[in-house]
Design a protein around this ligand. Structure first.
Ligand SMILES: [Fe+2]
Length: 482
């Protein structure tokens, strides 16, 4: 059930999602401070729910919003941005009807329940592919990703939606998750999809995105798995103890999210897969926790796997907090911190696990050229020290240095909010890089793009660009160099 709160008690971030986002055409962005670095050439793409209401109804969960993509092109002539909804079948049908027509992660299909059964029986999917979670920028197309179905392909420049794209290998509606891993050396892309038949589907694509190898790992039940790790020659899975109770969801009696059960007695299941053969190397189990996201993974000199992730003590609280976001006021504390794990890939046994950042954080990312390889820095969205956890959204970005054990941080100040930091390598100097984030400035009531020198996050951003419309808080993005 959705609870609404008086607007006066809302925090400033609520204004960033209060209205459905407005699309805009390619627009030159004014430089508000600093200067665009000469070596920053390419495009920042971001995806997130742009619209959380239709007619007089609010979505059931933040994850239900229709995907909208922001592209910011950095060129010799300055920066330009464009913003477009992904024109999915569901988006177009609901726009025409002026109301919600489908079920989703946090909502059941509207209308009489037999509509849902009829849709299932006639193979008419009663769920909407919202295409709202992340993007994958390929050489000739942009994919909008959503973990319950096929990706949508868009034009890299105009963001025009071309339609569903099966990557020459996916069956209709086959899930292709939102956290693919691209090997920086070979260009190969690995991804997963968990289906309702208790199968973990594994996909390997070439650099164009075309699926060239598939495998299916049978599981005992349907878990909830958002992401995984590429670590050297392995794919590593930590399957949290969240299970889908399928029957009420399939009958339309419960939303997907309400059919997920936190079962800590089951522990976290570990699976290590060989990335060449896509065969299981080992299986194991460890203590229960929940993670949405991993930072990175690699194989160390002694053959062990090292990886990091943002760990929550359970699923229920983080999911509830994310559900509350849609109401404009959150009140469930959701406290994730950065942990490092060392694992024996031959046995799936955890050798060591320790918290490395005790501040509340999310959206860990690394430099794309180090994905799957030894790395030094993990970048994060972070809560400000003064933030009331559970009420606020992230107001700082940071870099954790594994070599020195230190955290450097850009605190944006009161009522300013960040999204996942994105690392962009400098085109002129491979030793340098920039960290980009889209900021909602609740003091000024506008959205901006901030560019930091990754070596000095605690200094002023090197550049701030004004966006023509408010961009709602988004989930994930990519940097595509020119
Ligand atoms: Fe994610």
């Amino acid at each position: 059930m959705t609870t609404t709160y008086p607007q006066s008690s809302q925090r400033a971030w609520a204004k960033a999602i209060a209205k459905s986002a407005k699309e805009f055409d390619l627009t030159p962005l004014p430089v508000l401070s600093g200067k665009i670095p000469e070596g920053l050439r390419g495009t920042l793409y971001r995806n997130g729910p742009g619209r959380l209401e239709r007619g007089d109804r609010l979505v059931g969960h933040w994850f239900d919003g229709d995907g909208a993509i922001l592209a910011v092109h950095f060129t010799d002539a300055g920066a330009k941005a464009i913003y477009r909804y992904v024109k999915t079948k569901g988006y177009l049908a609901e726009a025409k009807a002026g109301k919600f027509l489908y079920g989703n992660y946090g909502m059941t299909e509207p209308g009489p329940i037999w509509n849902h059964w009829l849709h299932l029986l006639t193979n008419n999917d009663p769920f909407k592919n919202t295409a709202n979670t992340s993007v994958l920028a390929l050489a000739d197309k942009l994919l909008a990703l959503w973990e319950g179905g096929n990706p949508h392909a868009l034009d890299l420049q105009t963001l025009e939606t071309k339609g569903l794209d099966n990557l020459k290998g996916l069956a209709s509606n086959q899930p292709y998750s939102a956290h693919p891993k691209r090997d920086p050396q070979t260009g190969e892309i690995y991804n997963i999809g968990i289906d309702e038949k208790s199968t973990l589907n594994l996909y390997r694509s070439d650099r164009t995105g075309k699926i060239v190898q598939k495998a299916a790992v049978k599981l005992n039940d349907v878990p909830f798995l958002h992401s995984f790790v590429l670590a050297g020659q392995y794919l590593v899975f930590f399957i949290p103890p969240v299970r889908l109770n399928q029957l009420p969801m399939l009958l339309g009696l419960s939303s997907y999210c309400d059919a997920l059960q936190w079962q800590p007695n089951k522990g976290t299941r570990i699976l290590v897969v060989d990335r060449e053969t896509l065969e299981v190397v080992s299986r194991g189990e460890t203590e229960p926790w929940f993670q949405w996201h991993f930072g990175n993974g690699c194989v160390e000199a002694d053959g062990s796997v090292r990886l990091d992730l943002v760990r929550f003590s359970d699923f229920t609280q983080t999911n509830e907090y994310l559900r509350e976001v849609t109401t404009g006021q959150t009140h469930t504390p959701s406290f994730g911190t950065l942990w490092q794990v060392r694992l024996n890939p031959q046995t799936s046994k955890v050798i060591e696990m320790q918290q490395v950042v005790d501040r509340c954080c999310e959206f860990p990312v690394v430099q794309p050229q180090q994905l799957g390889q030894p790395w030094r820095y993990t970048y994060l969205a972070l809560h400000r020290r003064s933030a009331e956890i559970g009420r606020e959204w992230f107001g700082a970005i940071s870099r954790f240095d594994y070599q020195t054990g230190t955290l450097s941080e850009a605190d944006l100040g009161k009522n300013r909010y960040v999204v996942e930091p994105i690392y962009a390598a400098d085109a002129l100097n491979p030793e340098r890089g920039w960290v980009l984030t889209v900021v909602y400035d609740g003091n000024a009531g506008r959205s901006e793009v901030w560019v930091f020198d990754e070596r000095s996050l605690d200094e002023e951003p090197v550049c701030r660009l004004g966006l023509p419309e408010i961009i709602p808080i988004s989930f994930h993005g990519n940097w595509k160099p020119d």
